[in-house]
Design a protein around this ligand. Structure first.
Ligand code: GUN
Length: 279
């Protein structure tokens, strides 16, 4: 039976560290949070991030904009926030409503305020092992592995999903930690044969029940990044938790696994940004 990785407890520990260090700075850390439109999931995520800021003694500056906001208006706001010395980090909650160009919006954020680590400059720095920030979700996964004494070096790692936010940077961080990494996606052939090789399996597909017990090697470490709803509307991940828990050595629950860690790593990035701004 697998050990459950307690993301909630570790996130509390990370946030307590951030709070302690933030209190030593000569001014409050500031996060600008931009939410465009009425996506219900995004509203929940943004509320969570604002709560985390309050817990860490970080000032949040909410900008809730209507779905009809134009690209020019959004870029104008980012320009103002880039120049605002009270703002250490700028977070534009994704996805943006149709008609807005996400790539252009991300490009407009000053890299030194890009606490999501989505800007091409920061993605590039990470890819050559000179990170300014680490992307929150993959960094949260790495932190959980570290906390539980799970070594990546030499291990076979399989990442399911190739998104810019999770799959690709996750593969980069596992590679940087000397894992042997395979990235699988919707076009991968004979997926189960590949996942069964994994010592560390990270799933970021976004499909309930996508990872079944027959796809998992006995004793594997299973990290479930997804936030799906099952047929009863209950929050769940990609992994068939009950069956895989019986086979894995470590497993992250949903909720209470990766989600809280993503949020905690954002707080850590804000501390990093503020320290650089104050140096
Ligand atoms: N949408 C889903 N995850 C994220 C995230 O980590 N940051 C932002 N800005 N938007 C998201």
């Amino acid at each position: 039976m697998a050990i459950r990785i307690d993301g909630k407890a570790l996130a509390a520990k990370v946030k307590a560290q951030v709070r302690e260090e933030a209190a030593l700075l000569p001014r409050k850390i500031g996060l600008a949070v931009i939410l465009v439109g009425e996506n219900p999931a995004s509203k929940v995520y943004v509320a969570g991030k604002e709560k985390d800021c309050a817990e860490c003694g970080i000032q949040s500056f909410p900008h809730k904009l209507p779905a009809e906001t134009t690209q020019e208006e959004l870029l104008g706001l980012i320009g103002v926030l880039n120049a605002d010395p009270a703002v250490d980090g700028i977070l534009v909650q994704l996805p943006l409503p149709d008609g807005l160009d996400e790539g252009e919006v991300i490009n407009a954020i000053a890299p030194h305020k890009d606490v999501d680590c989505f800007h091409p400059v920061n993605v590039g720095k990470m890819s050559i092992g000179r990170p300014a920030f680490l992307p929150c979700t993959p960094a949260g996964c790495m932190e959980m592995l570290k906390e539980y004494g799970i070594h990546v070096s030499g291990k076979r790692c399989v990442v399911l999903g190739r998104s810019n936010i999770v799959g690709k940077p996750m593969a980069m961080l596992l590679t940087a930690a000397d894992g042997t990494v395979t990235v699988c996606h919707s076009r991968t052939k004979d997926l189960a044969a590949i996942t069964r090789e994994a010592d560390i399996l990270v799933s970021a597909i976004g499909k309930t029940g996508a990872v079944t017990a027959d796809m998992v090697k006995e004793g594997a470490v299973v990290i479930d990044v997804a936030m799906n709803r099952d047929e009863n509307g209950k929050l769940c991940g990609d992994v068939d938790f009950a069956a895989v828990e019986a086979k894995a050595s470590y497993i992250t629950p949903v909720p209470g696994g990766v989600g809280p860690m993503t949020r905690a790593m954002l707080m850590r990035n804000l501390l990093t940004a503020a320290k650089a701004h104050l140096a």
